[in-house]
Every structure is written in structure tokens, then in C-alpha cells.
Design a protein around this ligand. Structure first.
Ligand code: FAD
Length: 369
């Protein structure tokens, strides 16, 4: 039996970042059911860093992550974690009011600028001018190198002494004499604290520990890639429908498209639905001159939400030593540095920096009890 201060369940971006941050103060074991860390949602995202996509606490967590993503600690990675990828929200005549709402929601925390006419056409020449009449540009958004970020967290956690176990599904959790006993595959662990970073399965892991589920809902989102059909994608932004009914973004010589749907589904190794790809193609082709005759690759991922759509980060009020790090929805990559820092400070009982103290109550599981 391995004895540790903290066992982290799930080696997606949430668990990997938490193990990295916790291992600075505590002995840590990170356990993952799959043979590959990042096999589920973390490996299936759109990899975007945007300060305008969410408001309130999520926006604050995004802003609090920006320093780490822009200037990671020495030795964390050899790759830059961010590369420029502006976000362009686009609107038909009927959607103009939605653009105004986005500006209000962002409330001056990041630069957004209206674009129309020729500038819209220059930013994305594929847009149909008879249909898309207005846009809103977030020039300082970025694409995240998710692989480099995730591997940086895993490598850094190991360097700080954490042990990482793949093919190690947590199947039983018990508590005796104030200590957790966790069986993960062939291995057993004793720990003071469990950090539940099991993504779509976080409620299932909580139930194993005798903790009342928080009411998380995994939602399927489908994505696919297609050819740019003669367009040179250099400098293109990610183009997002103002009501988020589709988006497409440049991705190494291809375009990635999505219906941006949210379909509730049980936790699983989720697959794309053909109908969602077809609907996305219909919406994208209505807004652009693309024909999309060939789809290269399709996939789907689970974005998991708490009932109020805010992340759940903090100690379970009813059960000592159980810590939630769940409900990362559609922003778990870009907020991971701040959420991990918050987790480590709360678990190790350290003082929070002001920007995290501000969001602590809003993301605490106590709000849902
Ligand atoms: C199409 C799409 C686009 C997205 N775009 C963005 C974006 O642009 N920017 C952004 O920031 N976010 C984006 N997201 C959201 C982001 O990907 C997620 O918020 C994030 O990956 C969640 O990470 P996680 O570690 O919580 O979950 P996961 O990556 O799913 O990790 C959870 C892990 O827990 C493991 N696990 C579960 N149960 C057990 C058990 N019993 N024992 C051991 N291990 C277990 C699982 O195997 C899994 O590996 C997007 C998501 C999708 C699907």
C-alpha cells in the first residue's frame, strides 16, 4: 500500500494540473483509469484561450491563468503554450443584439472591437456578405498547445515527487481511522485527502467515497475537420456564431468545425453523431462559401457542467478529506493553472492570492449543498 498525503483521481488536465500544484507541498499519487492520460475530454478540445467566452468567476479564473500560460515556470515546457488566434463572433442582421450582449458580459475585462464590411471580409474571406453583416473581434485570444500544457503538468508533477499510475481505475474507496483507502486497479493507496478530478465521472467517484453526488451533467459536443477549399488560412481567426450555434477554426492546413451542441449524456467514451456533423455543415455552409463535401475526421467530447454551470472546486462540506475539482465545462484547459493553484492552496491550507480569494465562494461545492 502506497501512503500519500493526497490521491488525485483522473489524469486529464484537471488532475494533472492539480497533481503538479499539490506536489509542491505534499506527497501525491495521481491515478488514471485509461492507458493514456488525456484520452477523454482533455484530448478532444478546441484548445482555445479566450477571455470573452464566459463571464463572472470563469472569466476571473481564465484571467488568473493567463500569466502561467504566457510565461510558464522555467523548465515546464520547451514549446510556447500560446499562439495568437483571435476570436471573431459573427452575426446576421437579426443577431446584432447578441453581439451587444457579449460586450456587456465581458464588462471591459478584455478588448473587444466591432468589425463590419471589408474588415470582416479580410479577417475571414469565406464569410457570405449577404448573410453575415457584423462581427466582434477579440484580438488577444490564443490557441493553447494542450499537449505541451498537459505533459508539462505531468512531467512537473513527477519531478516534484508525485507518482503517476495509468491503467489504474479507482474501483473502491473506504475510510478508516481518518484516512482514505483507495483501490485503483492492482494498487492500493492510503491518503489523507482525495481530490476528485474524474471529469464526467466525478459524481461516480464521489458516490464510491460515500459523498452525495453534486449533480454533474456531461454534455456531448461534436467536432470534425474539413478542407479549406482553396482558402489560405494564414491569419484567420476562429469564427464563432454570435449565438454559438456553430464555430470553425484553422487547424494546421485544415478547418475544425463544430455544431457547438450540448447534448446531455451518461459518462462514456463518447462518439460523434452523424446528424450533429450534418447540422454543423448546414449552418457553416449557410454562413460561408464553403461547400464541405469531404469530412476528414470526426470526434466528440464531454463537457461536464454543475447545475449552475460554474466549476466545483473545494472541500466537500459533509465529508472530511474529500475535495472536488470538477465541472470544468467548456473552459477546463484555459482555467487549469488557476484552478490547480486554488486546489493546492485550499488543500494545503495556504493563503490565497487576491484574484483566487475573489472566486473561492462562487466555485465552492458548499453553494450546491
Ligand atoms: C469539443 C470540445 C471543445 C472544447 N474546447 C475548449 C476550449 O477551447 N478551451 C478550454 O479551455 N476547454 C475546452 N473544452 C473543455 C475542456 O476540454 C474540458 O473542460 C477539460 O478537458 C476537462 O478536463 P478534465 O481533466 O476535468 O476531464 P478529462 O480530460 O475527461 O479527465 C478526467 C479523467 O478522469 C479519468 N477517470 C474517470 N473515472 C476514473 C476512475 N474511476 N479512476 C481513475 N480515473 C478515472 C478519466 O479516464 C479521464 O481521463 C472543450 C471540450 C470539448 C469536448
Amino acid at each position: 500500500m502506497e501512503r500519500v498525503d493526497a490521491i488525485v483521481v483522473g489524469a486529464g488536465i484537471a488532475g494533472a494540473s492539480a497533481a503538479y500544484a499539490l506536489a509542491e507541498h505534499l506527497s501525491v499519487a495521481l491515478v488514471e483509469r485509461e492507458a493514456i492520460a488525456g484520452y477523454h475530454t482533455t484530448g478532444r478540445s478546441a484548445a482555445l484561450y479566450t477571455e470573452s467566452y464566459e463571464k463572472g468567476p470563469v472569466q476571473l479564473l481564465t484571467l488568473a491563468s493567463s500569466g502561467f500560460l504566457r510565461r510558464p515556470p522555467d523548465g515546464f515546457t520547451t514549446e510556447p503554450l500560446l499562439s495568437p488566434l483571435p476570436v471573431l463572433y459573427v452575426a446576421t442582421e437579426a443577431q446584432r443584439a447578441t453581439l451587444d450582449r457579449i460586450v456587456t458580459d465581458v464588462a471591459g475585462r478584455t478588448e473587444l472591437r466591432s468589425v463590419e464590411g471589408d474588415e470582416l471580409a479580410t479577417l475571414c474571406p469565406a464569410l457570405r456578405r449577404d448573410r453575415i453583416v457584423a462581427g466582434l473581434l477579440e484580438p488577444a485570444a490564443h490557441e493553447i498547445d494542450v499537449h505541451a500544457l498537459h505533459q508539462g503538468f505531468l512531467r512537473g508533477a513527477r519531478r516534484r515527487g508525485a507518482t503517476i499510475w495509468l491503467d489504474a481505475p479507482v474501483v473502491a474507496i473506504g475510510r478508516t481511522s481518518g484516512r482514505w483507502h483507495v483501490r485503483a486497479g492492482e494498487r492500493s493507496f492510503a491518503a489523507e485527502v482525495i481530490v476528485d478530478a474524474a471529469g464526467a465521472w466525478a459524481d461516480e467517484v464521489a458516490a464510491m467515497a460515500g459523498v452525495t453526488p453534486i449533480g454533474l451533467t456531461p454534455m456531448r459536443r461534436t467536432a470534425f475537420t474539413f478542407d479549406p477549399e482553396g482558402h489560405d488560412l494564414t491569419g484567420w481567426p476562429i469564427v464563432v456564431d454570435a449565438d454559438e450555434r456553430f464555430y470553425f477554426k484553422p487547424e494546421v492546413g485544415q478547418l475544425m468545425g463544430s455544431l457547438a451542441e450540448e447534448t446531455p449524456i451518461e459518462p462514456c467514451d463518447v462518439r460523434p453523431e452523424e446528424i450533429d456533423v450534418a447540422l454543423a455543415i448546414e449552418r457553416i455552409t449557410r454562413a460561408t462559401d464553403f461547400e464541405i463535401r469531404t469530412v476528414r475526421r470526426t470526434w466528440a467530447g464531454l463537457r461536464t457542467f454543475a447545475p449552475d454551470r460554474l466549476p466545483v472546486v473545494g472541500a466537500e462540506p459533509s465529508v472530511a478529506g474529500f475535495f472536488w475539482l470538477a465541472g470544468q465545462g467548456g473552459y477546463g484547459i484555459m482555467t487549469s493553472p488557476a484552478m490547480a493553484q486554488l486546489t493546492a492552496a485550499l488543500v494545503a491550507d495556504h493563503e490565497l492570492p487576491p484574484e483566487l480569494a475573489e472566486v473561492r465562494a462562487a466555485v465552492s461545492p458548499s453553494r450546491l449543498r
